[in-house]
Design a protein around this ligand. Structure first.
Ligand SMILES: Cc1ncc(COP(=O)(O)O)c(C=O)c1O
Length: 419
């Protein structure tokens, strides 16, 4: 059969090779139509925290599909979405929250940006309508998300279409500013009168190449936003639900964000579902009972999809029952110890670690070898997706010690073979 897919993030040159045609998933493994088994070392784009085919999530999906496969949440509700909204609120540092549901991370981000702008409109400060993010931040591929992030390598063609009124620089620690917060503080204070919100990926800029910054920066950012009347949106789409060794990456900074976006591992990658969790002090301004109609005229057909909610509730139950977050924190330390010797390799520029994210950035001159390393790893059964000259492990959190050690070993040996 001819391949008629317009593939995401896939070069035409990659299409010259046979693409794995994945027909089945089990645990950390994916199987293609020839029976070849691969290890899903990037958790299917960082989503499948519980691996594939977890019987409890599968059962929840099947049971929900048999009862109610879809019903909208505009002026209506259903038990699963009510329960999930309540559970999500309960996971926040302060539980007085309402959730906007959507289907993917990018739509949760769009909702957060619009809630933030409309909040200031609702309370009579419409001049506060700027949205800013961090340089090289990534929040999805819609134009709204690009306007608060921008990964140069991906988004160059849209440079003139999306406008960035300002940006926070990526933090660079200095002797007198160990969290590198000073330059960001200057941006926020300069534009506070116009700023509706700041959005950041907490602690790690994933798509920009797993660039890690300190929890101290995040704490200072939260304090600075609060002091300057600027809302803080934390985008936990990639980091949420245990990846960093805490339930949410923002928990490392002990902050209470105004809006939190979740997706990907919310359903452990089993269904497309995302949410933007909004503080009630913001939510309560969206009323039509005052002098003007402040209703949130925004939604998606599948917002709060019952099967997605059932999958999310099952995933949340499993994260608790299997103590996934604590286990991830424990595994993370082992992964770090196993990877650290790679620092001594001549071709390695830097190693970076944050929870169950382990990064090997190779020196720029290794660029011609990257495709070959990736291919050699694939032949050994590992589906890596390098970003530039950077290979990273972001495996399902249920990976065993032996499987993780084998993956680190394969990566180290393959890099040393080619570089
Ligand atoms: C931090 C962050 N936000 C948002 C998104 C967009 O999520 P989605 O691809 O589900 O739209 C991503 C995707 O990788 C992400 O890493």
């Amino acid at each position: 059969m001819q391949n008629k897919i317009f593939h995401p993030y896939t070069t035409f040159s990659a299409l010259k090779n046979e693409l794995p045609n994945i027909v089945r998933g089990e645990g950390i493994h994916l199987y293609d139509d020839t029976g070849t088994c691969y290890i899903d070392i990037v958790s299917s784009w960082w989503a499948c925290a519980l691996g594939h085919g977890h019987p409890m999530v599968v059962k929840a999906i099947q049971e929900q599909a048999a009862v109610l496969q879809h019903s909208i949440t505009g002026s209506m509700a259903h038990p699963k979405v009510l329960e999930l909204a309540d559970r999500l609120a309960g996971l926040m540092p302060t539980p007085d929250r309402h959730s906007v549901f959507a289907s993917d991370g990018c739509s949760a981000v769009e909702a957060a940006l619009k809630v933030a702008v409309q909040y200031w409109y609702n309370i009579g400060r419409p001049e506060k309508n700027w949205l800013i993010g961090m340089d090289q931040g990534y929040h999805g591929d819609s134009l709204g998300a690009l306007s608060v992030g921008f990964v140069d390598g991906f988004h160059e063609p849209y440079k003139k279409t999306v406008k960035h009124p300002a940006k926070l620089p990526f933090p660079v620690p200095a002797a007198d500013d160990p969290d590198g917060f000073g330059p960001s503080q200057a941006v926020i204070e300069k534009h506070a009168d116009k700023l509706a919100a700041v959005i950041v990926e907490p602690l790690c800029l994933g798509s920009a190449g797993m660039k890690i910054y300190s929890a101290g920066y995040l704490k200072k950012l939260a304090d600075c936003c609060a002091a300057n009347d600027v809302l803080l949106i934390i985008d936990e789409v990639a980091m949420g639900f245990g990846r960093t060794g805490k339930r949410f990456a923002f928990n490392h900074a002990d902050i209470d964000p105004d809006l939190v976006c979740v997706g990907k591992a919310l359903t452990a990658g089993y269904m497309p579902l995302s949410a933007c969790i909004v503080k009630d002090s913001i939510y309560s301004t969206f009323s039509d009972e005052g002098q003007k109609d402040c209703t949130f005229y925004h939604g998606n057909t599948f917002a709060g999809h019952p099967i997605g909610c059932a999958a999310a509730l099952a995933a949340l139950d499993i994260y608790e029952a299997e103590d996934t977050v604590a286990r991830a924190a424990d595994m993370a330390e082992k992964m770090k110890q196993w990877m650290l010797p790679m620092q001594a390799m001549e071709c390695v520029q830097e190693l970076r670690f944050l929870g169950m994210i382990g990064v090997v950035e190779l020196k720029p001159e290794t660029k011609p070898q990257i495709v070959k390393i990736r291919q050699a790893l694939k032949e050994q059964g590992y589906l890596f997706r390098p970003l530039g000259t950077m290979f990273y492990l972001m495996p399902p959190l249920v990976i065993s010690d032996e499987e993780l050690y084998a993956a680190v070993t394969a990566l180290r040996q393959t890099i040393s073979e080619f570089c």
